[in-house]
Write a protein that binds this ligand. Structure first.
Ligand code: PEP
Ligand code: MG
Length: 325
């Protein structure tokens, strides 16, 4: 069994008829990189850095952050790591940073909104990430982007961090790619405009589904309404992928949906460039891809785009993933 796993980890995720999907890992600490690579990940598609800020009593210093990002960069090497800037607020809190009591924290003071408000904290994080980019392929990703202005403001802080490193004579990748999470409906609708302002997109389906369907992702009572395969979501995915590709930038998916075996036909049909998922999902998804015929999968996805209900779409995709024997 262990040998089978190792064999599976070493092969590429290619369908029976030769379509490749690039699978990367979602991690939240440097120590997870080792198992991500062991399970055959093509790099790190999402490093959730908020965990570095949790379970402590002060903000982590530039030096502390650099040490963690450098470890990740060195371990992934040329495979690369996408480091997402602080995505705190909503469901994630810090003991030492009192976030306001809000009626709707998920619609409130969080993620890039905090970073742009507390630019000294943001610049410290960006400086640490830039320094790590001298040790392996690193990309920067901003969470919860809803406008072109937010990208421009974030990039201003990034340029200040770069100027500061230049003055200190410290090396970093001057062409570091800068991408954004697409997880707010407005970002999907203006994805053509956003694509001109950044180097890549990563679709965060966990939040996108929550915001598109107005269904709190943490609320058990309405969990049955949280439908990743809702026709509105499928349309949003298509809009985003088409905008990215028209602008010549790659697009990945990094929410839970990326690692769901039932989604494979959708990714093949849309032509997404990368999928990033929890380490536990990597081999299962690769196994599914190896046993899929892309031409059949694409036809199934096209049918999904004609169906009117989440239930019908989910049923068709489930049958495709687990054909009745
Ligand atoms: C997402 O929203 O899909 C995502 C990947 O980010 P997080 O789950 O950390 O909000
Ligand atoms: Mg999110």
């Amino acid at each position: 069994k262990k040998e089978q796993l190792e064999l599976l980890a070493a092969v590429e995720a290619i369908t029976k008829d030769g379509c490749e999907l690039h699978l990367a890992a979602n991690i939240s600490s440097a120590k997870e990189v080792e198992s991500a690579l062991k399970y055959g990940a093509n790099g790190v598609g999402l490093f959730r850095t908020e965990f570095l800020y949790m379970d402590r009593s002060t903000f982590p210093s530039e030096e502390e952050q650099f040490e963690v990002y450098r470890q990740v960069a060195q371990q992934v090497g040329e495979l690369g790591a996408v480091i997402r800037t602080l995505d705190i607020g909503g469901d994630k809190q810090l003991d030492y940073f009192a976030l306001p009591d809000e009626d709707n924290p998920v619609l409130g003071y969080r993620a890039i909104r905090i970073s742009l408000d507390r630019q000294e904290l943001f610049q410290t994080q960006l400086t640490a990430i830039l320094r790590a980019s001298a040790f392996g392929r690193v990309k920067i990703m901003y969470p919860m982007i809803s406008s072109v202005d937010e990208i421009r403001q974030a990039n201003e802080v990034l340029h200040r961090a770069m100027a500061d490193l230049d003055a200190r004579g410290i090396a970093y990748d001057k062409d570091i790619p800068v991408g954004i999470m697409i997880e707010i409906p407005a970002a999907v609708i203006i994805s053509d405009l956003l694509a001109e302002e950044c180097d890549f997109f990563s679709i965060g389906t966990n939040d996108l589904v929550q915001y598109v369907l107005a269904v709190d992702r943490m609320n058990e009572q309405i969990a049955h309404m949280y439908h990743p395969f809702h026709p509105a979501i499928l349309r949003m995915l298509r809009t985003t992928v088409e905008a990215a590709h028209r602008a010549g930038i790659p697009v990945s998916v990094c929410g839970e949906m990326a690692g769901d075996e039932r989604s494979v036909p959708i990714w093949l049909e849309l032509g997404v460039d990368h999928l990033s998922m929890s380490i536990q999902s990597l081999l299962k998804l690769k196994h599914r891809i190896l046993n899929t015929t892309a031409s059949d999968a694409k036809r199934t996805a096209q049918t999904c785009y004609q169906l009117k209900s989440s239930v019908e779409i989910e049923r068709l995709l489930t049958e495709f993933a687990e054909p009745a024997c």
